[in-house]
Each structure stands twice: as structure tokens, then as C-alpha cells.
Design a protein around this ligand. Structure first.
Ligand code: BGC
Length: 753
């Protein structure tokens, strides 16, 4: 071992565990703004107030015979703008769907909207525009596109994610939009769910830290800064675990789990200062969240102290009537949602919402105080964003839009996300090898980007940026002998025979599998296995006896048990974004080292999906029995071209009080031949507790870089309070007793008195 003390290059990394309630909010609440808001509010009619609470899709303003099929070049219809903004006083517009636009086009749209709002309306209140820039700016041509959130989480590097947030904010503002409907803070614990890729994975702590980083990057210290935007934590709460796995279907979440697993990321986001929230379209325990006063007011406002704007998701108030069937009419749905605590309704195509709300207030069914509260929050957000002074940003003030530095940050994030799951000494590849590149995702950008890229579903290849490298193109740049044969589409053989024949004369096969981009209801699937055509491709190629590198482009784990043993290396690329092809090539040829770690448990079987690293002790497999926890690869797993050794885990005491903090240290050494990054993961198990404890919980992590032969001393500090769980009374408690710390292969026990 090379990690003798004389060789130690000491780096003490102090990782303070962030308690849910420790950080001061990013406090924009100046009394000066409050005074302005109150002055304005006092001048407003009911109609004007309700208009502020109404959000309309930009699609209603496009010229064209059919919705979503505008006449090109796309223009906003002045008479529609007049009708909605002047006659109906609407305060917010959002989105895009089937097209990305040039910045110049966005400039026209935003200018047209704000010109009418700030010159032709009585009170000249600017419109607030919201958009989904969820992995970089998704609806502006030429923007910087980062990995989707699941890939961001796989970096385990919050600094990179904060930077991704900063760049995204800059480019969103450069496109004229001040409000970003991101990040998603639901936990990715249901891999069948079509929006799994939008989560930070299954763990609470990883989601908390990543969510905070993205919000900090997007909002900065002051959202009136021309380079920052207002973030939107979503979808509050429990959207990500529909029991059926299908989007917007019912979830059952006991109060204890809701508080211990699902609330903390939102709580942290609020402490970070997030300005807005979007509500879950689904139901929890039979109550649609959009009309759940307990969750929207008691918990979100009174307990968590959130003061920002709560916007609905797409059409969700109407759906209380049409799909959830808890309201006998749309009007009743409006009453339920507004009285429960909604501030703004994404209606999204008409103003029936506003008309009903006006009637409800006049009939005394919705108190004026409730309206004033919501409008206060919305106007305050507009003031905080500086929209009254600058309703249209200066489009010339963004020279760094999609600059090299931004693209490099996206490349770095992709490189640090991509995760090596298996390597039988096949990787890194050599530049001299004859390579077959095959599979449906080998040569199209759509599979690297996934949904919310240029279009909502992200599946229109017409918008694939030509200047970006697909996996094949990037490999070809390193090894010009690389030969592309598709073999199969996602679902159907194309030229499989040719792929087999080229494989026979190749040294290595790089097979790229994946899924058709799809999100929300359109992304629902019924089977987590890869499609038969893709499995068949691997099986047929394996018969050639040539070594196979399997590259997976997918925002969730797809079951591998039929093909895992047939391949020599597995690279899980997630949806790495526009720089994904280059990132994969650099990693495959060893120009960069792998450091991504799974942010979810990779299930082995379709019948063992409810299988997470923080499972109950009874879920553990016992020899001869089949139980719940059945991973192919564990949460936090990921290989590297080097090897790391953990030694000398020490803690400062063996007995602690509930008020104490534990200080612990561990030596981590790079004992391989090349430089590499390691994610030091700290898990703690509560040995016995009144509520069955999890086998282990991630309590801290730190990504460090080590050159070959280097050792670093990593120090963590964990407050005993942060080992609390939600107990019998649904309140956070720490129980006295024994705990076990685990970092790598090192463990230590301690007692809390
Ligand atoms: C999605 C939201 C998104 C909204 C606006 C909805 O369909 O569920 O996540 O922010 O559309 O585009």
C-alpha cells in the first residue's frame, strides 16, 4: 500500500451536513417592495386581480388553423394578445411545445407581450413568462444543453450542478424568460414513471443537496439580477411515485413517509430561498393535491413557511372536475383549489377559470382576502424579478449565450455523470482497434437529450443540432475506422444481418441501446425490459464472439438480465445532453476517467422494482428466499479506471448526546495507475428503532480527485439531530441507542445516549 503517512497529501474536507432548517432564506422581502405591491393591489379591480392569477399558454397566441400547428414563420396574433392581456387582464404566459425558437424570435414574442401589457392595460403590470428550461434552455435554438436531472445527480458533484443552474439561468434570461419551472424535487423511486429522468434519483439527501445547488445557481443572491431567474420547485408533492407507475395516477403515501422522504427536499429548497412552487397533478391517498388544503396551506405555508407563488400544473384545476371527479363542475373545482391555497392557474387555453373565480368571489364562496393574498405574492414576484423596470431584458446583454465556457461546463457535467457499471478489462478502448458502432441510439441526438429538448417530447429529429456529435460521430473523430451499422431501431430490426457481418471483422462492438423519448402520459410504458429487437441485437452480436461494450441511453434503469452476461462492458449514459456523444467517446478511450455513480438502485428483475438501497431489514435477501431488495447494481455504484482504498475510519467519540455532532475522518487512496475522482459516501444505520429502521441512509458525501498514489484525509461532521426519523407521533425524533457508520468497506459503531 502506498498510502503511508509520509506520502499523504492531506486535504481535510469538512462536509457540514445541511440540516433542513439551518440556512437563511435568500431574502428578497424588502418592505419597500411590499409597500409598492400593497399600493398597486389597492388600485386593482377584482377582474384585474383574478387576471393576475391566470396563466395562459403561448400556443393560444400563435397564428394557424389548429392549436399547436402555427403558420410559419410563427407570429403572435395581436388581437389575441389584446383579448387576453387587455380585456381579461391575464398576468402570466408560459411555455412552448412543438418548436424551439431563435433568440431573435423570442425577443419579438416577449416584446409584443410586454408592450401590450405595459402600455395598453390600465395599471401597466408586466406579464411574467414561465418556461421549462429543465436541463439547460430547452426551447431556444443553439442553447447549452446539460444532462437531464438524473444524470446531474449521477455526478454527485453539487458544484457542477450549481454552475449548470447559473448557466441555465443566464441563457433563459437571454431568451427573454424570467421564470424557470425547475427543478423537480420528487424522488425517483418508481422506475416505471415516465418522468424518472427528471428526478435526482431515489435518495432524499442526494435530492436535497442537488436541488439546493440547482436553485442557488438559477436564483443567485438576487433574482432581479439580469442573469438570474426565479426557480420553481416541483411538483409539490408526491407526484413521482404513482403506484401504477403511470403518469398522473394515484399515489398512496403515509404521513410518516411523506414527512421523512418527500418533504425534506422542498423544505431545503424553501430554506435556499426558492420563489415559486408548482403543484402535483396527481392525488395522494385519494385527495388530488390541487385541492388539498392541508398540504397546500397547513404544511406548505404554515409549517414550512413558504411565501412564494404556488402555480398549478397544466389544466389541473379543470381536471379536479373532468378527471379526478372531486368537483361536480369546473366552477366548484376553482373554488376548491383557490380555497385550498392555489395562487395561479395554468388554465392553459382559456379564461373560464377567471370568470368562475370572479363569480365565486361575488357570491361570497371565495374570500377576497384569499385573492389578495395570491395577487400580493404574484405582484411581489414581478417586483422582485425587476419586471416593472425591465419587462423585456436587453437581448444584446448576453454575449455568452451558448459560449464555449458554457458548452464545456455541459461536457464536464456529462463526463462526471456517465457511469461505468461493468468492465471485464475491455475499456479503455484503443485507437487502433476496428470498431463497429451499432444500435438505435448510436447516431441521433434525440436519444442523448430526451424529452424537453427543442420540443416537449424531444422526439423530433428535425431539430437535432447538426453541429453536435452523436455517439458514432464522436467515436469516429477518435478512431476513424469506426463503422456504423444501425442494426435495429428501438423496436424493429433494420439491417441486423449487416451489423453481424461487420461485427465479424471488427475487434470490438459498441452497441447503443435506449428508449424513445417520451414524457408525461405520452411516456408511459408497460414493461421495463428493453424492446425485443434491442435484446435480439445483443444476442445476435454476442454469437460472433467479439467483445461488446453496451452503452445505455436512458433516463431510468431498463432490465438487463437477458443481456448483462453477454457483454463485457456496460456504460450507463443517462440522457447526457448535447455534449453526451463527446463525453462518451472521451471516457471510452480513456481520455477521461469515469466518476459517475448511480443515483438509484438498478433493479435486476421487473418483479423487484420497489427495491431501494434504504430498504427495510426484512427486505434483504436471505439465501434460498426471494425478498424485495434485489439489485443488479447498488445505489452509489460506479467503476473507474483506477481503484480506491479506504482506511483508518475514526470518530471523535463513542458516546454522544442528542445535541452533539460527530466528527469523523477517513483516508482515501488512489491505488491504481491513473488519476480519478471518487465519491466518498457516508451511510449510517440506526440499529434498533420504534419505527423499523432502514438498512442504511446516506448522510453525507463528497467527491474528491486523487492522482495515482495520492491519499486524502476526508473529514465529515454530522449533527446527531440529522439522524432523526419520523416517529410514532409523526414528528422527527432521535432515539437513544446504537448506530453504525459505513464508508466504503470501513465501519464504526457509536451510541447516542
Ligand atoms: C408539466 C410541468 C410543466 C408544465 C409547463 C406540464 O405538463 O407537468 O412539469 O412545467 O407542463 O410546461
Amino acid at each position: 500500500m502506498r498510502n503511508t503517512l509520509s506520502l499523504l497529501s492531506f486535504l481535510v474536507v469538512i462536509l457540514l451536513f445541511h440540516s433542513c432548517k439551518t440556512e437563511a432564506p435568500n431574502n428578497q422581502e424588502t418592505s419597500e417592495i411590499d409597500t409598492k405591491v400593497n399600493d398597486l393591489l389597492a388600485q386593482m379591480t377584482l377582474e384585474e386581480k383574478v387576471g393576475q392569477m391566470t396563466q395562459i399558454s403561448i400556443n393560444v397566441f400563435f397564428e394557424g388553423e389548429k392549436l399547436y400547428q402555427p403558420t410559419l414563420p410563427v407570429q403572435l396574433q395581436k388581437d389575441s394578445l389584446q383579448k387576453f392581456i387587455v380585456d381579461h387582464h391575464i398576468g402570466s404566459i408560459f411555455g412552448c411545445a412543438r418548436f424551439p425558437f431563435e433568440r431573435e424570435e423570442w425577443k419579438h414574442f416577449i416584446t409584443d407581450i410586454q408592450d401590450i401589457a405595459t402600455t395598453e392595460t390600465r395599471l401597466k403590470i408586466p406579464v411574467i413568462y414561465g418556461i421549462d428550461a429543465i436541463h439547460g434552455v430547452t426551447f431556444t435554438k443553439g442553447s447549452t444543453i446539460f444532462p437531464q436531472q438524473i444524470g446531474m445527480a449521477a455526478t454527485w458533484n453539487p458544484e457542477l450542478i450549481e454552475e449548470a443552474g447559473r448557466i441555465t439561468a443566464y441563457e433563459t434570461k437571454a431568451s427573454g424568460q424570467p421564470w424557470n419551472f425547475a427543478p423537480v424535487l420528487g424522488l425517483g423511486r418508481q422506475p416505471l414513471w415516465s418522468r424518472f429522468f427528471e428526478t435526482f434519483g431515489e435518495d432524499v439527501y442526494l435530492t436535497r443537496t442537488m436541488g439546493k445547488a440547482l436553485i442557488k445557481g438559477m436564483e443567485g443572491n438576487d433574482i432581479s439580477d439580469p442573469n438570474q431567474v426565479a426557480a420553481c420547485m416541483k411538483h409539490y408533492i408526491g407526484y413521482s411515485i404513482p403506484t401504477s407507475g403511470k403518469d398522473r395516477t394515484a399515489a398512496m403515501i403515509p404521513e410518516r413517509q411523506l414527512r421523512e422522504y418527500f418533504l425534506p427536499p422542498f423544505e431545503d429548497a424553501i430554506a435556499t430561498g426558492v420563489h415559486t412552487v408548482m403543484i402535483n397533478s396527481g392525488e395522494i391517498n385519494g385527495i388530488p393535491v390541487h385541492c388539498n388544503k392541508y398540504l397546500l396551506t397547513e404544511v406548505l405555508r404554515n409549517e414550512l413557511g413558504f411565501e412564494g407563488v404556488a402555480v398549478t400544473d397544466f389544466k389541473d384545476i379543470k381536471l379536479l372536475h373532468e378527471s379526478h371527479k372531486v368537483a361536480a363542475s369546473y366552477k366548484e373545482a376553482v373554488k376548491m383549489a383557490i380555497n385550498a391555497g392555489i395562487d395561479m392557474s395554468m388554465t392553459p387555453m382559456d379564461v373560464n377559470f377567471s370568470q368562475y373565480l370572479i363569480e365565486l368571489v361575488n357570491e361570497g364562496e371565495v374570500p377576497m382576502a384569499r385573492i389578495d393574498e395570491s395577487v400580493f405574492r404574484i405582484l411581489k414576484l414581478k417586483y422582485q424579478l425587476g419586471l416593472f423596470e425591465n419587462p423585456v431584458p436587453d437581448f444584446d446583454a448576453y454575449p455568452n449565450f451558448a459560449c464555449k465556457e458554457h458548452q464545456d461546463a455541459a461536457l464536464k457535467t456529462a463526463i462526471e455523470s456517465i457511469t461505468l457499471l461493468k468492465n471485464n478489462n475491455l475499456l479503455p478502448l484503443k485507437k487502433s482497434q476496428q470498431i463497429l458502432v451499432t444500435g438505435p441510439t448510436a447516431n441521433a441526438m434525440t436519444y442523448l437529450n430526451g424529452p424537453w429538448t427543442y420540443t416537449w417530447q424531444g422526439n423530433d429529429k428535425n431539430f437535432d443540432p447538426e453541429e453536435k456529435n452523436t455517439i458514432y460521430e464522436a467515436i469516429k473523430q477518435v478512431n476513424s475506422s469506426a463503422h456504423l451499422v444501425e442494426g435495429t431501431t428501438i423496436t424493429k430490426d433494420t439491417n441486423l444481418a449487416e451489423a453481424i457481418s461487420v461485427a465479424q471483422t471488427s475487434d470490438v462492438i459498441i452497441a447503443c441501446l435506449g428508449e424513445t423519448p417520451g414524457v408525461e402520459e405520452k411516456g408511459n410504458i408497460v414493461d421495463l425490459n428493453f424492446e425485443k429487437a434491442q435484446i435480439n441485437l445483443i444476442k445476435q452480436l454476442a454469437k460472433t464472439g467479439k467483445p461488446i461494450v453496451l452503452i445505455i441511453n436512458s433516463g431510468r434503469p431498463r432490465i438487463l438480465n437477458e443481456i448483462e452476461e453477454l457483454v463485457d462492458a456496460i456504460v450507463f449514459a443517462y440522457l447526457p445532453g448535447n455534449e453526451g456523444g463527446d463525453a462518451i467517446a472521451k471516457l471510452l478511450f480513456g481520455e477521461e476517467n469515469f466518476s459517475g455513480k448511480l443515483p438509484f438502485t438498478y433493479p435486476k428483475y421487473t418483479g423487484s422494482l420497489w427495491s431501494h438501497y434504504d430498504h427495510k431489514n426484512t427486505d434483504l435477501n436471505i439465501e434460498g428466499e426471494i425478498r424485495a431488495y434485489n439489485p443488479l447494481y447498488e445505489f452509489g455504484f460506479g467503476l473507474s479506471y483506477t481503484e480506491f482504498n479506504y482506511a483508518n475510519l475514526s470518530i471523535d467519540k463513542e458516546n454522544y448526546t442528542k445535541e452533539d455532532s460527530i466528527t469523523l475522518q477517513i483516508e482515501v487512496s488512489n491505488i491504481g495507475e491513473v488519476e480519478g475522482k471518487e465519491v466518498v459516501q457516508l451511510y449510517i444505520s440506526d440499529q434498533y428503532a420504534t419505527i423499523t429502521p432502514s438498512a442504511k441512509r446516506l448522510r453525507a458525501y463528497r467527491k474528491i480527485n486523487l492522482t495515482s498514489g495520492e491519499t486524502k484525509l476526508v473529514e465529515f461532521k454530522i449533527a446527531i439531530q440529522d439522524l432523526a426519523f419520523v416517529g410514532l407521533e409523526n414528528e422527527w425524533i432521535v432515539e437513544p441507542g446504537g448506530f453504525t457508520i459505513q464508508i466504503g468497506n470501513q465501519t464504526k459503531e457509536f451510541v447516542v445516549n
